[in-house]
Design a protein around this ligand. Structure first.
Ligand code: SF4
Length: 346
């Protein structure tokens, strides 16, 4: 992995109360980069990656991980090099071995399979996904029909739907609304995947409410703080960008949404890359202002490599535009903390 970008970075803020002097977005300098903040790792991803690293230290390699721990090629390759083995299902994990469940969450049957195979299971499901699972269980227990807005086949959606399959229908965007069929229009609630486009989800909800005026909303936002903040940060800079570069993997829902949000918010082009070397010079032809951000599963080193790549092509004027400050952190899974404490003699 390359070293961190060490060129100059100017700070700017869209919050007028805290906007520093000398950083203007309206008077473009030659060949600049607008760096969105927040970007990159969220609290749930940070926790999941540290969970695997700590499990490797505590139990020794190999540690099995069911599905990609987070949807990022580089993170998965780095953990593989340290001794993690990624599998698709519990059946591939030797009986009695350690398995970590990914940040996207699993259905209850996956926990049950692990018990049957006597696996030492560590659940790295993001607590904000777990919150949606709780909501699904609670509304199902009250016999609601639950409309789960999300992308068909995404691991998080499979896990959440598995909490109450008889009560949950998937709504994969506004075009799916006409397929919805509920038993009692007065007893129906929508929930959502945590990493959706806020705007598209609101469009889907508006269409659902045309059909189901008494549709209830989740008790609190299901689209998580990190997804919302990264989308907002992109919206703040998109109209000033000739091209937006989003660092992230193709199977990362929140990263793909950032590409779409950038285009919707006025960026003239928008591209998703795992690594700096994937940036095509043609994308930068004639561009004087490049936006840069990264998905919630992307380590900052990969962004630094993109900054180096852009600097080598004349984009040396870097302004970081901050739209929110994040301080959230999550404790490691309790089963891991318990074993770490025991190992430390505590
Ligand atoms: S994107 Fe949101 S829900 Fe997903 S791991 Fe990060 S904080 Fe949790």
């Amino acid at each position: 992995m390359g070293g961190a970008y060490d060129g100059p970075v100017t700070e700017a803020s869209r919050n007028p109360a805290s906007e520093p002097s000398g950083a203007s977005l309206s008077a473009p300098a030659a060949k600049r980069v607008l760096l969105a903040r927040p970007r990159g790792y969220c609290a749930g991803v940070d926790r999941a990656v540290i969970t695997v690293e700590e499990a490797l230290k505590l139990y020794g390699a190999p540690v099995y991980v069911r599905k990609q721990i987070v949807h990022n090629k580089h993170v998965v390759a780095t953990l593989e090099a340290k001794g993690a083995i990624f599998v698709e299902e519990n059946a591939e994990v030797p009986a009695g071995a350690t398995v970590v469940f990914s940040a996207h969450g699993v259905a209850p049957e996956v926990h049950e399979q692990a018990r049957q195979r006597r696996l030492r299971a560590i659940d790295a499901t993001c607590p904000l996904v777990t919150k949606v699972h709780h909501e699904a269980r609670r509304f199902a227990a009250d016999d609601y029909d639950i409309l789960l807005i999300g992308h068909e086949g995404h691991e998080e959606v499979i896990g959440t739907a598995g909490e109450a399959p008889a009560h949950i229908q998937l709504v994969d965007g506004p075009d799916d609304v006409d397929k919805v069929n509920v038993r009692d229009p007065e007893k129906v609630v929508w929930l959502s995947q945590t990493t959706l486009s806020v705007d598209e989800t609101m469009e889907t909800v508006a269409r659902l409410k045309e059909r189901l005026p008494l549709l209830q909303s989740p008790p609190s936002d299901d689209i998580c703080y990190a997804t919302q903040n990264r989308q907002q940060a992109v919206k703040e800079i998109a109209a000033d960008c000739d091209v937006m570069i989003v660092v992230g993997s193709r199977n990362s829902s929140n990263s793909v949404r950032l590409v779409e949000v950038a285009l919707d918010a006025g960026s003239r082009a928008s591209h998703l890359v795992d690594y700096a070397h994937e940036i095509e010079d043609a994308w930068l032809d004639g561009a004087t202002s490049v936006g840069l951000t990264s998905g919630a599963s992307v380590p900052e080193d990969l962004v630094s490599e993109v900054l180096d790549h852009l600097a080598a092509r004349g984009f040396t004027d870097v302004t970081e535009v901050t739209s929110a400050t994040e301080k959230l952190t999550f404790a490691l899974p309790q089963e891991l903390r318990r074993d770490m404490k025991a190992a430390a003699g505590g």
